[in-house]
Design a protein around this ligand. Structure first.
Ligand code: SF4
Ligand code: SF4
Length: 208
């Protein structure tokens, strides 16, 4: 019966209307922008660049490898390398970006840049308030606007940020183990060369 379905729908609407005054589960709208619904942990919008420590310029993780720029499907990342290098978290001298821009009017939030970055430098933000009156100036985000701290990353995506930190701890451990093995190999080679030299010196002395 058609009337029964309409009646059921009207009852549900009335329940939502009255419930929205006292039941938080039925509050489907808020008075934005004065009120905001906190973003879910999985929410993502546009990318940002992570930095470690307090200084965004020295702490920026990006090494300007340009992989994300090449892989971005709509080509909305623009990078220019700096001539100066700086040490990364392992102490290795690395390139850094002089310019790093993302045109968020073109970005489609696909996250490919995040997936291809080998340095855990770029991650997805959940900020969506980018509205502005100038299409070019307000939507072309520059390096200083894209740089956000690792603490910020932890505040928006705690699980993912924790996993990222663990990857970096592991990388540091692997690097230290490699360096130790290299130093041991070098010391062993030096020791062998010294004993060889001593042996040949002794043989020469015997011949004389
Ligand atoms: S999220 Fe996708 S479209 Fe946006 S910058 Fe990254 S790769 Fe490009
Ligand atoms: S964000 Fe990552 S992939 Fe992109 S240039 Fe920097 S280090 Fe390379």
């Amino acid at each position: 019966m058609i009337g029964k379905g309409i009646l059921k729908g009207m009852v549900e609407t009335a329940r939502n209307l009255t419930g929205s005054f006292h039941d938080p589960d039925r509050l489907t709208t808020v008075e934005y922008p004065e009120q905001k619904i906190p973003a879910k942990e999985s929410a993502r919008n546009f990318p940002f660049l992570i930095y470690d420590g307090d200084d965004w310029e020295t702490g920026l993780r990006c090494v300007s490898c340009q992989i994300c720029e090449k892989e971005c499907p709509p080509q909305c990342i623009y990078i220019e390398k700096d001539k100066e290098k700086k040490p990364d978290f392992l102490g290795k001298m690395q390139m850094q970006p002089k310019i790093f821009d993302i045109d968020v009017s073109v970005c489609m939030g696909c996250q490919i840049c995040v997936e291809v970055c080998p340095f855990e430098s770029i991650r997805m933000d959940n900020d969506f308030e980018y509205a502005g009156s100038d299409r070019f100036k307000s939507l072309l985000l520059t390096k200083d606007q894209l740089a956000k701290s690792n603490n910020y990353y932890h505040s928006i995506h705690p699980t993912e940020a924790q996993e990222t930190d663990e990857i970096r701890v592991q990388k540091r451990k692997d690097h230290l183990a490699k360096e130790k093995a290299k130093a041991e190999k070098l010391a062993k080679a030096k020791k062998e060369a010294a004993s060889k030299a001593a042996l040949s010196k002794a043989e020469k002395a015997k011949e004389e």
